[in-house]
Design a protein around this ligand. Sequence first.
Ligand SMILES: Cc1cc2nc3c(=O)[nH]c(=O)nc-3n(C[C@H](O)[C@H](O)[C@H](O)COP(=O)(O)OP(=O)(O)OC[C@H]3O[C@@H](n4cnc5c(N)ncnc54)[C@H](O)[C@@H]3O)c2cc1C
Length: 274
Amino acid sequence: MEVYASGSISVTQSDLPPVALFRPASVDDAIADLAEAPAPAAIFAGGTDFFAWLREGATPASLIWIDRIEEMKAVEQTADALVLGARLTHDEAWQHPALDAVPGLAASWRKIATVRIRRQATLGGNLMARRTRYELSILLTALGASARFAGPAGVTELPVDKIWDADLSAHPLLVSVSIPLAGAPAIDYERSLRPTVTQALCRRGSGVDATHRVVVATEFLRPWWTDAAAADAPETVFAKLPDDFHDPAVGRSYVAKAGAAFLRRQIARLGDPA
Ligand SMILES: Cc1cc2nc3c(=O)[nH]c(=O)nc-3n(C[C@H](O)[C@H](O)[C@H](O)COP(=O)(O)OP(=O)(O)OC[C@H]3O[C@@H](n4cnc5c(N)ncnc54)[C@H](O)[C@@H]3O)c2cc1C
């Protein structure tokens, strides 16, 4: 334990002290386990980020391993929303036919990570690792998605872009995300300059009523987003980039110029369904 606490020695999974293991088969069981588990409890999904987190000094007293919770693999499409279970792997998600409800989403999602990681890593882990270099927060923020959390205090929902700073200690389990389908959203994702700058554009509506949500992020900065009329000039959109959106590697003006150039390309790629 002292080794973990000091942070001065890089630890591996074999240095993990004994922890209480819980392996719930349903969300309800997970909630009961979270109430009973010695604190601090950690949720374990695909495990692709988890050990990096331990090496950074995390010291869980118990693990809630969620690999048996089949309901968290569900994909549900209604007239209003596309709901994706948090335990879907990247590959399971982008290959699911329901993603056709949002043109461009499957093509954007399949760009993320490597073959090995895409098979193992989950949607929930990507968001809940809360690392700026991970990309689902960018796509899901562009789509205006909300996240559903459960825990001993019940269920709560919040916009995906609010996860970064949320205190989720009473509702720690991300169960699903919900993408609203009003206005027939379509998305384009530009990551040719990753990790320097990546950018998602979501269009809703068509013709003069079309709106855009633009989301830009860097390796070191959380996604920044803005809503604009589809007719707005890219430079006008990026004039709104906050002064403190100052990436330590490339600075603000580089991001604004790259973002405007990307936006021009993305508008052309999305076209107009009218
Ligand atoms: C080599 C490599 C390349 C990668 N490349 C990319 C890339 O190009 N783009 C990209 O976006 N990402 C990339 N990643 C990151 C990868 O997508 C994430 O590591 C992954 O999504 C985490 O999911 P997981 O299921 O493995 O999470 P875990 O490692 O199990 O957990 C990660 C964190 O999330 C928490 N957590 C997991 N599930 C839940 C849940 N349902 N509710 C609450 N908390 C939860 C855990 O407690 C932990 O804190 C890469 C990772 C690796 C190792």
